[in-house]
Ligand binder design. Structure first.
Ligand SMILES: Cc1cc2nc3c(=O)[nH]c(=O)nc-3n(C[C@H](O)[C@H](O)[C@H](O)COP(=O)(O)OP(=O)(O)OC[C@H]3O[C@@H](n4cnc5c(N)ncnc54)[C@H](O)[C@@H]3O)c2cc1C
Length: 426
């Protein structure tokens, strides 16, 4: 009963995260490099413990939980560092959206001196300390391009193991919208994964497409860096909530209320307080969905926006709300209400998607449509024949930590049974 994994070195040439990797790895010569060389020379490697694909927070969490149970694992990561999403693809002003107590990984709390919402640099520092504490040394530059279950094993696989843990994340690839004329837009077009700071857009007319947490925050950042009043495209309905209410974090308060009250009642409460604090957001072009924020999150995975100051700028006219885009020509953008305006640059805050269907041959556990496990939470962490998923519950780092704990417990039992079996045979 084996999973076979293929990682393709050639693919790395097309990996935008691969810059300087070879040089860095040469500089940081460590045991992982030696190990990789052996792997590359042998082409077929038996991994005694689980193979974890992805060294983001989810991959690190499950590796640490396994380590604490004395189960060794191998982490394969396509980029040249841990937490590549956070280190390479996020903007400078990013802080955790949720309070730190809901974001720490198993077995290691955040340092007490960290603020309620740690900055991205603090979060990355924490993850580096986490990897060091549990001696997790991922094999970097390993893009998994194929993984399949093979009865009896063998074949051309490079890594062969008994368990495969998918930790490649819900945000593995950029989701780009299909807008007529976008390719021919006559100015820079960047996804938020490439956006660092509004400093690069000083005095430019910028259109931000997408009004999730990232889109809203990028608009604020543009304002703070003196871009011409940016515009944000709000195609759909959206729930905006204050990040804090009644002196507590909105997220924490919601979690607490959900212990006692049904989700619809909690939603009504959140909407009432939001109305008092923010007013009627529909007046500013931000219509609310008919379903409440928490119910919508659990039904469709759509995260409410936690406002960090953008709404005030929308109210004051420093940020303009635009409807959906009909088409683009040159610098001109035409909206569905018939109006059109010229812009110098476009920022796509259109989110990400999972890449699992592109490399995992098993089509039962993960859906081909969205690349997420077919089984709903809380049963989404375990598939058949040694296949597991961590970090695909749409519940952020808290969901990933819960998955990691469950997976480690489950594999430990099998590991112990097999080790004992092996010992009694020898
Ligand atoms: C801007 C932003 C802010 C967020 N803020 C919060 C927050 O405050 N609180 C919270 O709980 N959640 C937050 N989230 C959601 C979520 O917790 C994070 O996205 C988190 O990074 C998920 O961790 P992960 O390890 O599952 O995925 P990722 O961090 O995406 O890590 C996956 C890793 O897998 C690697 N990989 C992908 N494909 C392959 C492959 N084929 N082969 C090898 N390696 C591969 C990637 O390079 C990456 O390093 C935020 C998300 C974003 C985008």
């Amino acid at each position: 009963m084996e999973s076979c994994i293929k990682e393709n070195e050639g693919k790395r040439a097309h990996d935008p995260l691969h810059h300087d990797r070879t040089e860095k790895r040469r500089q940081n010569a460590c045991s992982v490099d030696v190990h990789c060389k052996e792997i590359i020379a042998d082409r077929l490697v038996w991994v005694p413990g689980p193979i974890i694909v992805g060294a983001g927070p989810s991959g690190l969490a499950v590796a640490a939980c396994l380590k604490a149970r004395n189960v060794p694992s191998l982490v394969l990561e396509r980029s040249n560092c841990i937490a590549s999403l956070w280190q390479l693809k996020t903007y400078d002003r990013l802080s955790l959206h949720l309070p730190k107590q809901f974001c720490e990984l198993p077995l290691m709390p955040f340092p007490p001196e960290f603020p309620t919402y740690p900055t991205k640099q603090q979060f990355v520092g924490y993850l580096e300390a986490y990897a060091a504490k549990f001696a997790i040394r991922p094999a970097f530059g390993r893009t998994v391009v194929g993984a399949e279950y093979e009865e009896g094993g063998g074949g051309v696989a490079e890594y062969v193991g008994r368990w495969l843990i998918v930790a490649t994340g819900e945000n593995a690839e950029v989701a780009a919208p299909d807008i007529e004329g976008l390719r021919d837009f006559k100015g820079p077009v960047a996804h938020t994964s490439a956006y660092k700071s509004g400093g690069a857009f000083r005095r430019q007319r910028v259109l931000v497409v997408g009004c999730g947490n990232s889109g809203m925050e990028v608009c604020l950042d543009l304002c703070n860096h003196n871009a011409s009043p940016p515009s944000i495209v709000v195609r759909d309905t959206v729930h905006i909530l204050p990040r804090e209410m009644l002196g507590l974090s909105t997220f924490g308060l919601s979690m607490w209320l959900l212990k006692w009250f049904p989700v619809r009642l909690v939603d009504q409460f959140l909407l009432l307080v939001s109305w008092f604090m923010l007013g009627d957001t529909a007046r500013y072009g931000l219509r609310r969905p008919p379903v409440g924020p928490l119910e919508l999150k659990s039904l469709l995975g759509k995260t409410p926006v936690l406002d960090v100051g953008t709404l005030a700028k929308i109210k004051s006219g420093e940020i303009k709300v635009q409807p959906a885009i009909r088409r683009m020509t040159g610098h001109r953008v035409e909206f569905v209400d018939g109006r059109s305006e010229d812009f110098d640059a476009i920022v796509l805050a259109t989110g990400y998607r999972s890449n699992v269907p592109s490399w995992l041959k098993d089509k039962e556990f993960f859906s081909d449509k969205d690349g997420l496990p077919r089984k709903p939470f809380p049963n989404s962490w375990k598939g058949e024949r040694g296949l597991y998923a961590v970090g695909f519950t749409r519940r952020g780092l808290m969901g990933a930590s819960a998955d990691a704990r469950r997976i480690a417990r489950d594999i430990e039992q099998q590991w112990n049974a097999e080790t004992k079996h092996g010992q009694s045979r020898s």
